[in-house]
Design a protein around this ligand. Structure first.
Ligand SMILES: [Ca+2]
Length: 345
């Protein structure tokens, strides 16, 4: 297979013309898009890659990072450590909801951390600020509406916006990784299809998904049937690892994640791989060329651990990603991560 040229002219065009969720409103090349990132970092490694992209891309003005689901304090410490490593001590981190809006721990949706223990333990962060307070503070202070990017369960976003409807006009749009609108190929040896009603982020807290669905805000959805085949290659890893201290740490975390994913894959049909669910969500926010999206009327229903997203005349309009340009996505990600820290610490 030919090696992807990560610095090719198409990738350079994407990087030179970063744009916001509302493509007409921003000229992000001179005025970066304000973004808040809500993440379950520490589970799948793709959250760390998405965070690094947001921290380093010149078209993203990362206002804060908040964590969700399970041990959110440890997730916050991992986010803090990575942001520091990426030269972004200016970005505040908040720890959010450990359980969904039902208040019951969802035992069917694993919320464990499988990489970054050394970094977490080395981080001197005390109790992180509560995510809802941090999100509300960022939205109160912003002069320009913010893009809210949720790459984990939707609990923090739903709780904050339900409690503070006065802040709705401070949000430009919601960008959510979640849901499923087609067959999910697991990529294992027999390329088995996954359960169409299993999708981790919405399944962790379908009540929060219902709240988010009802918000009067533009919603962009990046579903798992599109993201599942998007895999970081070994060459991409070499390129990232060669990007300096932050690249070496990201690659070590990737290896740590893959070791645990390989052990899990031995018992299941899913092949261990670095799947770019969350990177597509954040890269597509500033570089819509990486995806083909359509507006569809979608509804969401479910109970914890089992959720469906489907077209319905009763659904709400959602800009939903239906295809992605894998080479362009990987190129934009790798080139941005290789760019390294450029912000003032
Ligand atoms: Ca995630």
């Amino acid at each position: 297979m030919p090696r992807v040229i990560t610095t090719g002219p198409k990738v350079q065009r994407v990087l030179a013309r970063p744009r916001g969720g509302d493509r007409r409103r921003y000229d992000a090349a001179v005025d970066p898009v304000p973004v808040v990132l809500d993440t379950d970092i520490g589970g799948d490694i793709d959250d760390a890659l998405a965070l690094a992209f947001c921290a380093l891309h010149p078209g993203v003005d990362l206002r804060c990072v908040t964590t969700v689901n399970g041990d959110t304090d440890r997730r916050a410490r991992l986010a803090r450590a990575l942001l520091d490593l990426l030269g972004r001590r200016d970005v505040p981190v908040g720890a959010g909801a450990s359980v969904g809006l039902s208040g019951v721990d969802n035992a069917s949706m694993p919320a464990g951390l499988n990489h970054g223990a050394d970094l977490i333990d080395a981080t001197g962060l005390g109790a992180a600020e509560p995510a809802s307070a941090l999100l509300a503070d960022v939205l109160e202070r912003t002069a320009r509406p913010v893009e809210v990017c949720a790459i984990g369960a939707l609990t923090n976003v739903a709780a904050t916006m339900a409690a503070r409807p006065d802040l709705l006009d401070r949000v430009a749009g919601l960008h959510v990784m979640g849901g499923c609108l087609g067959p999910v190929l697991l990529g294992g040896p027999d390329d088995q299809e996954g359960d169409p009603f299993w999708e981790h982020n919405l399944g962790c807290d379908p009540f929060a998904a219902a709240v988010v669905w009802a918000l009067p805000l533009p919603l962009r959805l990046v579903p798992i049937d599109v993201t599942m085949p998007l895999v970081l290659t070994d060459d991409d890893r070499v390129d990232i690892a060669g990007a300096g201290p932050h690249g070496r740490v990201l690659d070590a975390l990737t290896e740590e994640y893959l070791a645990s994913a390989r052990a899990a894959a031995a018992q299941g049909a899913k092949r261990a791989a670095v799947r770019l669910h969350d990177p597509l969500t954040v890269v597509g926010l500033v570089a819509p060329e990486v995806e083909v999206a359509q507006v569809r009327h979608l509804a969401v229903v479910g109970s914890p651990g089992r959720v469906a997203t489907f077209e319905s005349t009763h659904g709400r309009p959602v800009t939903v990603c239906r295809r992605a340009d894998a080479a362009l996505l990987r190129g934009a990600l790798v080139v941005t991560l290789r760019g390294g820290p450029s912000h003032a610490a």
